[in-house]
Design a binder for this molecule. Structure first.
Ligand SMILES: [Zn+2]
Length: 219
């Protein structure tokens, strides 16, 4: 799941207008941002299923530090605490913490039962909506569209850059999603990890867009 997490980041702007879109993206996508590093360090593992039997062609064999429920709650507390200390905003900290947890809840809906509740010998959960690719994609698109709509209603551009930087970001996210869905399976876990690291550019893009837009409300 990719697009829906960014949709949550966009939409969260409606409840936390003073928090930058970059921070909201960072939180909503946090566990998928640390996962590539854990893969590259050999701490977590993913296998690629090349026989076409699985959509998406990935088997998340071991990822308790990025994707177990307990770990995600821990990451949420960490992200919220850092924001509270640096920016002194309780609302911002709360929304960012919830955004971190939202990632796991959305993953829970689509993933096959591969999400641990805690590191160690845990039960694995996942409702498996990915087995119906069309429904999974429509769900992601709907969440993304709703999020972008909320962001548009919560902010207005401060200059021309505030407009086109946003629309080019929306286009880039959609293109990445299309590539993920229709592209060939990744050649290796290392390739997945390096492509995953490139997501940091999307976070930076979020900060850039937001610095050229301002909240519509005085909150
Ligand atoms: Zn994830």
């Amino acid at each position: 799941m990719f697009l829906a997490h960014f949709g949550v980041g966009f939409g969260a702007k409606a409840v936390a207008p003073r928090v930058s879109l970059g921070s909201l993206f960072l939180a909503a996508q946090f566990i998928d941002l640390i996962w590539p590093t854990l893969l590259l360090l050999g701490i977590e593992r993913v296998n690629i299923i090349t026989d076409g039997s699985r959509n998406p062609p990935l088997d998340f064999v071991f990822y308790p530090y990025s994707h177990s429920l307990i770990a995600v709650i821990g990451w949420a507390v960490l992200v919220a605490t850092i924001y509270l200390v640096v920016r002194h905003s309780r609302l911002g900290a709360l929304i960012l913490g919830l955004a971190v947890v939202s990632h796991w809840l959305l993953d829970l809906v689509v993933h096959y039962p591969d999400l641990p509740l805690h590191p160690g010998n845990s039960m694995l959960v996942g409702f498996g909506v990915w087995s119906s690719p069309f429904i999974a994609q429509m769900m992601e698109l709907a969440i993304f569209a709703a999020g972008v709509r909320l962001y548009l209603r919560s902010t207005s551009p401060s200059d021309a850059t505030g407009k086109w930087s946003l629309w080019s970001l929306v286009a880039a996210l959609l293109l990445i999603q299309i590539g993920n869905v229709f592209g060939a399976p990744p050649p290796s876990a290392t390739a997945i990890a390096w492509v995953g690291q490139a997501q940091w550019l999307l976070i930076a893009w979020g900060y850039w867009v937001d610095s050229h837009r301002h909240p519509m409300t005085g909150r």
